[in-house]
Design a protein. Sequence first.
Length: 435
Amino acid sequence: MKYKIKKRFTWFILLALITLFSIQSLSLPEISSKVDDFSLSVPSLSAQDTFWPGNSSEWTEVAPETQGLNSGKISEILEFIENNSTNIQSIIIVRNGYLLFEEYLWNYQIYRNLAGEKEYPGGRKIVPQYSGTKSVISLLIGIALQEGFLDNVNQTLYEFYSDIWEPSFTNSTLKKNITIEHLLTMTSGYSAHPYYPPDADTKFKADCIRFILDEVPLGFTPGEAGEFTYSNEGVDLLSGIITNVTGKSAEEFAKEYLFTPLGFSEDEYYWLNDSKGIDYGGSGFECSPKGQARLGILALNNGTWNGTQIVEPNFFKNSTTTKNFDDEKNIFGYGYLWWIMNGSLNGYYAAGAGGQNIYIIPEYNIIVGFNGAAMGDDGIYEHIISDYILKNIVDPPEIPEDPMIPGFSLNMLFLTIFCTVVIVIVKRRKSSKKY
């Protein structure tokens, strides 16, 4: 009797172990070759989640499908670039804070270094953003308001530069009435291509603020109704105002209040300046594509970062609200140094010469950053975003149809059935021998 109990107990333990091993296999996911290019593939990620990236080494790619995008369609962007000889040098796509796509190109094709790592040709990490610098200055003005360094956008140039002001400055009286808001909205009167003296470049590099206040003329009265003239000089003055009220260059101020909170490493940005230490505002900022994306995430979240208000909220709302239009069809509006899209795409973007653009599409929680070489304004970026990214979004993300439980192995099921059958047969044979 004791032998039978012991024997039955042994069979029970064996069956329990086999069953337990089979159940455990449910938690062991099968390797999918479909997402081998991504360091993380988590089908359960929700498009409602928000990820806040730390430093660049911690911000790794996830499969686009985890955030409702189609990786196959996104890969067609590279074919489009090659087929059209479009000189795009980098693309980065982020949704809900998750990095979905980051590629570097050379001669219209994907570039990898000798170690197979993604980077710009020549080992570059950062690229000049040219006029994209203006949108960063806008953020810094909003931070200066948030931190109390500035009172409001109606403060005038004279308040900040009275110590160097001279009645002999060109258009001196008019310039005294230029406000921060005039400079932010390109309604200050500074023209796009004013007449410069032969030694302008030397004077500008020596002391850009004094040169702009003294020798650069105005093309119209500041704030004149219906006027809008895009220029660099007014934004250079904004950079000078930041230095005036904070005692720091734009880069130093940004490092403390913008770059460090957003997780920039010091090799991910650089800023050009004049001999006086004033960082240029109209152009001069350089950063990495991941830096572009971080700035885009901040903008997408109305100036907040992981629960912390970085940019004064009302200021940021005005930054991305159309103040003027730069075209007859009123498609491309302008806020506070941000371009506003009012056509087939809705959102706003920073734009720099040669194709250094950061697009923010709030409706879809998407940021797309581009860097290019001598790119023209031909709508290629908008085409890529519209036809290869937005058209194929699925919310919530689709989970591939599969009758099996994710991670369940048919081999384990067959092994369980086989072992059970063998046990039953052996038991019956032994029982029959007794009779």
